[in-house]
Design a protein around this ligand. Structure first.
Ligand code: ADP
Ligand code: MG
Length: 685
């Protein structure tokens, strides 16, 4: 059970002052449902604004506060932005731009003929001055003048900076005192503040030490939880699986295995023949052929008379896997069944029967395959695909709770540097597919200056006119970043104006149905151009998409660029990736993009990314999506994860039951970061 002293942190956000039902949804969208989440909702940056009497005093790109008189509301046709034309004291006109639902509140905040104080970044679009999504609009300037230095938080629609600031402030007032869980010597050596002070400081200004401490906490929690899984795994007994090869012999794959695939399969075969349950990670770049390895592993289980399950992160991917595997086993007589949350009633009942009586030998699905009601006759092997987004630990825990622990193979396409593998995955054994199947065409990667956008759009036009499809990726540091979202919507609107209905948009704030519908149109070939902020989520394979444009490529990590690029180059046609770069590119930025041009090897890129970022380059970019971490950014992961891992290992060696005072504190940490599945295993769960 969660320690009582954490209760104030796990109270609902709704319990704070001034949170009505209207705020519930916007807060939920940001994942801010509890006081804890608000306290950890760290600012993306801090702005310093300058108050100006008119726009002549300000330069483009500057953060300003200025009084403006509203002249005109101008709604645009279709899905374009809502513009409010306003004038400063010198008669300069500026357009205030709003996208989506934000335009409704803007209408009310900025009535025609009235004067309002507006805070935001002054931009120029063609000849027009504009401020996209002003940070603040106030009737009275005094408040804005009082906070010219301000934390800027990620927002979602329906939330303002002021609102979030107020809520975070309240959350910070509710922080309890927590015991120190970090090795005291390390805290001293690093000069880190206490947990409570660190949170306070991180919201106040640039405090690298505070941010590091908070990141370290998260990394430590993760390492510790994974080590608990590992330790528990060592005490369990599994079933040795020895296959006689009769099913694998019947397989009729249209290719010979690569050396790396054969080696990985041999490693797995060696593991599962043991009584101790396997805990192995299969690392292989997109397209390296992990599915075939998984299939061989599962067939070993079936040959040995056991069942196997493959767990995919989304329904779409589960379906794709089920189809691929069914095709691969044709002629072997092996039965494969898909099970997802969508299966209801009689259909579901009959699947459950099949799992219970063993007539289904391989089950493929989402987490539905591990729900309470799902019982297997003899589950011998679990394969977990692509767990980098949620972290592999929780999924592993599911398998550890079984009476007889199945062997477990986790597969990931996230290329991470060797030095981080152990720490991130908690001492799993690792097999690497470091060799691509033969005949892969390199993706022609080019770096193009952003100011050649017009040519790029023309190129995209020729590409889709030839019948092929293309991706257009806009950067989105975090899903909730209003400015980035606005930029993506603006790009979509512009491309749609140029190419018509054949352009679709996918981003994280769309409802799942809308997202699916857009993806469906693109996958079916009806839509030709997919504008997206979250292609990473798009696990769907579209071989006809052979061009990818990535805007502001310098804002992405190399590993992330590599994964994005992996969405093209899937068919027999030659593929191209255009990396658009901004003007002000640093030396390191240049080097990074050049690397993308030169190599297609994800592991090499990951190593280089670490080397280049390790050089202290501050990218102002938080890498989301690729790691199970919300607080720690890439650079912190690279620097602090190995330390956290060692710290966790030491603690486990001294106090594996977490019963010493520091062990107790570590339990608090695990609950704080919701890695308490580790603790559950500790109790024998
Ligand atoms: P990933 O590692 O990304 O999951 P897949 O398993 O989907 O990769 O394999 C990518 C493609 O490569 C598939 O079309 C698969 O049939 C093919 N493939 C896998 N192994 C080989 C091989 N040894 N030789 C040729 N093609 C292969
Ligand atoms: Mg795959």
């Amino acid at each position: 059970m969660r320690p009582d002293l954490l209760n104030p942190l796990f109270a609902e956000s709704g319990s704070l002052k001034g949170v009505g039902p209207g705020l519930a949804r916007p807060l939920e969208k940001l994942g801010l449902t509890r006081v804890r989440d608000l306290a950890y909702h760290l600012p993306d940056r801090f702005v310093t604004r300058r108050a100006v009497t008119n726009l002549d005093e300000a330069s483009v790109g500057e953060q300003i506060v200025v009084a403006l008189t509203v002249r005109e509301h101008r709604a645009s046709a279709g899905r374009g932005p809502f513009r409010i034309l306003a004038e400063d004291a010198a008669g300069n006109v500026v357009a205030l731009i709003y996208f989506g639902r934000a335009s409704y509140s803007a209408r009310k905040l900025l009535p025609t003929g009235e004067t309002r104080w507006v805070a935001g970044r002054l931009d120029q679009f063609g000849q027009t001055l504009q401020i996209v999504h002003p940070d603040h609009v106030a009737e009275d300037g005094a408040g804005l003048m009082g906070q010219l230095n301000e934390a800027v938080y990620p927002l979602s629609e329906g939330l303002t900076q002021g609102r979030v600031q107020g809520l975070v402030h309240q959350a910070l007032e509710h922080l309890p005192e927590l015991p120190e869980w970090i090795e005291p010597g390390l805290v001293d050596k690093m000069g880190w503040p206490t947990w409570k002070d660190a949170l306070g400081l991180a919201h106040k200004g640039q405090h690298p030490l505070a941010r590091d401490r908070l990141a370290y906490d998260e990394l430590l929690a993760n390492s510790l939880a994974l080590l608990l899984v590992r330790a528990s795994n060592r005490t369990r007994t599994g079933t040795p699986l020895v296959g006689d090869g009769h099913l694998r012999a019947k397989l009729n794959l249209p290719f010979a295995l690569t050396g790396a695939q054969a080696r990985s399969i041999a490693e797995i075969e060696g593991d599962v023949a043991q009584g101790a349950p396997m805990l192995r990670l299969l690392q292989g770049d997109v397209g390296s052929g992990k599915t075939a390895v998984a299939l061989h592993a599962m067939l070993i289980a079936v040959e040995a008379g056991a069942q196997a399950a493959l767990l995919a992160p989304t329904e779409i991917l589960a379906r794709q896997h089920a189809e691929t595997l069914t095709r691969m086993v044709a002629g072997t007589g092996v039965t494969i069944q898909l099970l997802t949350g969508r299966d209801k009633g009689r259909a579901r009942e009959s699947i459950l029967m099949g799992l219970l009586d063993g007539s289904i030998q391989i089950c493929v699905g989402t987490h539905a395959i591990f729900q309470e009601a799902v019982a297997y006759r003899n589950l011998g092997l679990v394969v977990i695909d692509e767990q980098h987004r949620f972290g592999v630990g929780q999924r592993l825990m599911l398998t550890q709770k079984a009476k007889r622990t199945p062997h477990c193979l986790a597969m990931t396409a996230t290329p991470i540097p060797r030095t981080l593998t152990l720490a991130q995955y908690g001492e799993m054994d690792v097999s690497r597919l470091d060799e691509m199947p033969p005949g892969r065409q390199a993706i022609d990667t080019r770096v193009v200056a952003q100011d050649r956008l017009v040519d790029v759009v023309e190129g995209v036009g020729r590409h889709i006119a030839s019948g092929a499809q293309a991706y257009w990726v806009c950067p989105m540091v975090r899903e909730q970043e209003t400015e980035d979202l606005a930029a993506a919507e603006a790009r979509h609107a512009a491309l749609k104006e140029r190419f018509g209905d054949t352009v679709v948009l996918v981003h994280g704030q769309l409802r799942p149905e809308a997202k699916d519908a857009a993806m469906e149109r693109f996958a079916s070939g009806e839509a030709k151009l997919l504008v997206a902020t979250t292609v990473i989520e798009v696990g769907v394979d579209v071989p006809n998409a052979t061009l990818m444009v990535i805007e502001q490529a310098e804002r992405f990590g190399l590993a992330q660029l590599h994964q994005l690029r992996g969405r093209v180059g899937r068919g027999s046609q030659k593929s191209t990736c255009l990396l658009l770069r901004g003007e002000a590119l640093s030396e390191v930025g240049r080097e990074r993009l050049a690397l993308m041009r030169e190599t297609q090897d994800g592991f090499q890129l990951a190593e280089e990314d670490l080397r280049l970022r390790g050089g202290g380059e501050l990218l102002g970019t938080r890498q989301s999506g690729d790691t199970p971490f919300r607080v720690a950014d890439f650079e912190q992961i690279a620097r602090l994860l190995p330390v956290a891992h060692d710290d966790a290992r030491l603690l486990m060696e001294r106090d594996g039951g977490l019963s010493s005072p520091r062990g107790e504190a570590a339990r608090v940490l695990l609950y704080l970061f919701e890695r308490d599945w580790g603790v559950q295993l500790l109790r024998g769960g």
